[in-house]
Design a protein around this ligand. Structure first.
Ligand SMILES: Cc1ncc(COP(=O)(O)O)c(C=O)c1O
Length: 365
């Protein structure tokens, strides 16, 4: 465990958010912090063999650390502040992008971050994330496996009482109904940009699916915007975490929240599927198809990684090349941070790694 003070907050430009505008129009409001740089770009990517798709790129969605989590944190951290919390607590694997995004953006608004984490296969990406967490999170607790998370969380909640600390809990991946609002807003943003695709045909949108808040938010937002689309979430986490029931529950919960705020659910439904054929041998374990997609997309200037985005891209490319995405405009929703994280870390980052995490940096002889 490590305990360090959070850095101070700064000013953010109050960008417009289409979801806030919709809510305002019905006299409703939800706490929100403009942490992200939106809208993110939508452009076309053409590969060497002529295979092409639209790229909605959330890589630089926020200063310091972009990717999909920044969008969720605009709503989560605002709710934490509105509830008077001084600290947010969340969980994920040691290489979790969600944990990194939470710690970085929480520090921008002077919220402390406490983490309970589980081991995962090591890679340079994982080690970089541990370094970032060591600089931005105030408390990091490592447990042996997923089964250790609930007891460690319960213990931390107990210590909140003794420390007189008000803590806002953020579920794994930021996928509560509140976090999901970030992708409802993203879908409304995309709907405004969509004219650029120049076709009114049904869209097919591919993305990586973990805790499913990104997918569920896009389903709700595209329904709200009345855009005909089919979403394809490529499962990248064990089925106990990523499954159809989780998506259905998040979609229903998010719609219940929006309807309670006065928004109406249109009759037309957005269809979605979870694909289980890109997962391979486990969370954080790359697949050969993912590695090939990663190499190909890198040549075209798009950086992916083995755990999430390469697996999603591999399924999309196989569908496109196998003729399984017929006569539809295909979109890849890119969810990986593209900001230079290493450059944002202090030179002594390695010395800040908590004792329990040091073994992840040992060099085997
Ligand atoms: C790069 C990246 N893509 C996709 C996802 C999955 O998003 P969600 O958990 O909302 O399904 C994550 C989650 O950590 C991620 O880090």
């Amino acid at each position: 465990m490590v305990d360090a003070p959070p850095s101070s907050s700064s000013n953010f430009p109050a960008d417009r958010r289409p979801l806030l505008e919709r809510l305002r129009a019905v006299g409703a409001a939800v706490p929100h912090l403009p942490l992200a740089d939106l809208p993110t770009p939508l452009g076309e990517l053409v590969l060497d063999d002529g295979c092409s798709f639209w790229l909605k790129n959330d890589g630089a969605a926020a200063p310091v650390y972009g990717g999909n989590k920044a969008r969720k944190l605009e709503w989560l951290l605002a709710e934490a502040q509105a509830q008077g919390a001084s600290t947010v607590r969340t969980t994920g694997a040691i290489g979790s992008n969600h944990c990194v995004a939470t710690a970085i953006h929480a520090s921008r608004v002077a919220l402390r971050t406490e983490l309970v984490q589980t081991p995962q296969p090591l890679s340079d990406h994982v080690r970089l994330n541990i370094l970032a967490l060591s600089c931005f999170a105030q408390r990091m607790t490592l447990v042996g496996s997923y089964r250790g998370v609930a007891p460690a969380m319960a213990w931390a909640r107990l210590t909140d009482r003794f420390r007189r600390q008000r803590t806002y809990p953020i579920p794994m991946g930021g996928s509560s109904v509140t976090g999901t609002l970030g992708y409802v807003n993203a879908a409304l943003e995309f709907a405004e940009q969509r004219a650029r695709i120049g076709s009114t045909e049904r869209l097919r949108i591919y993305l990586a699916a973990g805790t499913c808040g990104t997918l569920a938010g896009l389903v709700v937002g595209l329904e709200l915007a009345e855009v005909a689309a089919e979403l394809v979430g490529v499962r990248v986490v064990d089925e106990a975490v990523t499954n159809e029931g989780v998506v259905r529950e998040l979609v229903a919960g998010t719609w219940a929240r929006l309807e309670a705020l006065g928004l109406k659910r249109p009759a037309a439904r957005v269809t979605w599927t979870l694909r289980h054929d890109g997962f391979g041998d486990g969370y954080g374990i790359g697949t050969p198809a993912g590695a090939a997609a990663q190499a190909e997309l890198t040549r075209h200037g798009l950086k992916t990684e083995a755990t999430y985005t390469a697996k999603a891209a591999a399924v999309m490319l196989a569908d496109l090349r196998g003729g399984r995405a017929p006569a539809q405009a295909t979109v890849f929703w890119h969810t990986l941070n593209s900001q230079p994280l290493l450059a944002a870390l202090p030179h002594d980052a390695l010395t800040r790694v908590p004792a329990a995490y040091k073994r992840f940096f040992e060099v085997s002889r």
